[in-house]
Write a protein that binds this ligand. Structure first.
Ligand code: ASP
Length: 412
């Protein structure tokens, strides 16, 4: 029995749990709330991974660049493309959310609200200050993602500056990051149970309206991701890299398939690297640097989703958002996508960062968690395709691409 369970791919178990959980909730009614704790257990377990994962994977990612000068030339261009595409993605999510209003018309009174965060209307100066970790240990204990990222980047740069003497430290972080990926795999085995319980709770306590709203959210998530992939990335490859769009997508099809089934940019990393080098002709140094950095910080699918989900939560709980809030959401969603580790469910956890700033109840997280996995799969395809698109474009800009290789890769 146990063996049979593990022969079914995880994503299929998750989808099965989603359907069964929904049906159970519809039949069981409000009493399904009694198993919500299983979902909370799952969410808590994913949260547990965030700090160590970001810390180990970012430090080892920066250290992997190997050379401070390269950080400037290739890194500058890659960062610019990461930021610009990230902003376009969030505003697309906000546009989809405000136009189609997926969270409107639900009676959310059955959801017991905990402490809803007071919107902390921070100024730009506050935000800059909050990015500096006063104490790295405190930042980790409080799971504050942004100052943690700053600290991890500095540690990576420090390792590079230390040269030979920094190598043992780099090895520790490399190994730590592999270990954390294994821990992630263990936690991911909880997904079907968490999804089952959360869907039963949502369907049982909130009824069909809530299910329809969640279905709308899922559809909008897919539409947003497909627009980013086929419009934004196609434009980047066509206009900036001046390469045939069709060949680009043909070259990364393996990475797209693996990312959809694993919902993890990190797990797909080796395939993305291989596709960009072998099928697209990007040089090894640009591919390994841009793609590995991108797997941690370039997440346009996640950025789009954070914008969309914040509006969803605001609509469900009737929170009014001003234009100022929209700008805050756009900045925090981009930063949240940077902070999200390349693992399944990371985008879900990052919601707390954005929600807290604009006063959207954190209960939205449990509400959408049951359908998160199917959205996550598409977000990850978007994130991974974006890494390959940026790596290819930067390679063209810095003359690090072998076009012959790209065109002649007919054995893809
Ligand atoms: N699972 C996504 C990734 O690995 C992150 C997310 O949850 O949005 O790219």
């Amino acid at each position: 029995m146990v063996r049979f369970w593990f022969t079914i791919p995880l994503w299929q178990r998750v989808i099965g749990a989603l359907v069964l959980g929904t049906l159970t909730g519809l039949f069981w009614g409000p009493d399904a709330e009694s198993i919500k704790w299983i979902g909370d257990f799952f969410i808590k377990s994913v949260k547990m991974l965030v700090v160590p994962l970001i810390f180990f994977s970012l430090v080892s990612g920066v250290a992997a660049i190997g050379d401070l000068r390269k950080l400037g030339a290739v890194g500058g261009r890659a960062m610019l493309l990461f930021v610009v595409t990230g902003q376009i993605a969030v505003w697309l999510g906000l546009a989809l959310g405000s136009f189609f209003k997926p969270g409107q018309g639900i009676d959310a009174s059955a959801i017991e609200l905990g402490i809803t965060p007071e919107p902390n209307r921070t100024t730009a100066v506050d935000m800059i200050l909050s990015m500096v970790p006063e104490s790295p240990v405190k930042v980790m204990a409080d799971a504050q993602v942004l100052p943690l990222i700053v600290f991890a980047m500095l540690m990576g740069i420090g390792i590079l500056m230390a040269g030979k003497e920094g190598e043992p430290a780099a090895k520790v972080f490399d190994s730590g990051s592999v270990v954390m990926q294994k821990v992630t795999m263990i936690v991911m085995e909880l997904t079907p149970f968490g999804v089952f319980a959360l869907m039963a709770w949502v369907a049982g306590t909130l009824g069909q309206d809530a299910l329809i709203a969640l279905a709308k959210l899922v559809v909008l998530n897919y539409v947003g991701c497909l627009l980013i992939i086929f419009v934004l990335y196609s434009a980047m490859i066509h206009f900036l890299a001046k390469l045939p769009v069709h060949d680009f997508f043909r070259g990364i099809i393996d990475a797209m398939a693996v990312s959809y089934s694993t919902a993890s940019s990190n797990a797909t990393l080796p395939v993305t690297m291989r596709c960009t080098e072998r099928n697209l002709g990007v040089s090894n140094s640009v591919a390994s640097f841009v793609v590995s950095l991108g797997a941690t910080i370039n997440m346009n699918g996640t950025a789009m989703y954070l914008g969309l989900a914040t509006l969803f939560g605001a609509q469900v709980f009737g929170v009014h958002l001003s234009w100022g809030d929209y700008f805050l959401i756009s900045i925090l969603s981009t930063l949240g996508a940077v902070g999200a580790a390349g693992i399944p469910g990371a985008g879900l956890i990052m919601m707390a960062l954005v929600f807290g700033a604009v006063g959207v109840p954190l209960e939205t997280i449990a509400f959408v968690a049951g359908v998160d996995r199917i959205m996550d799969m598409m977000r990850t395809v978007t994130n991974v395709s974006g890494d390959a698109a940026v790596a290819t474009t930067v390679a063209v800009m810095t003359n690090e691409i072998d076009r012959e290789e790209m065109i002649s890769a007919d054995d893809i």
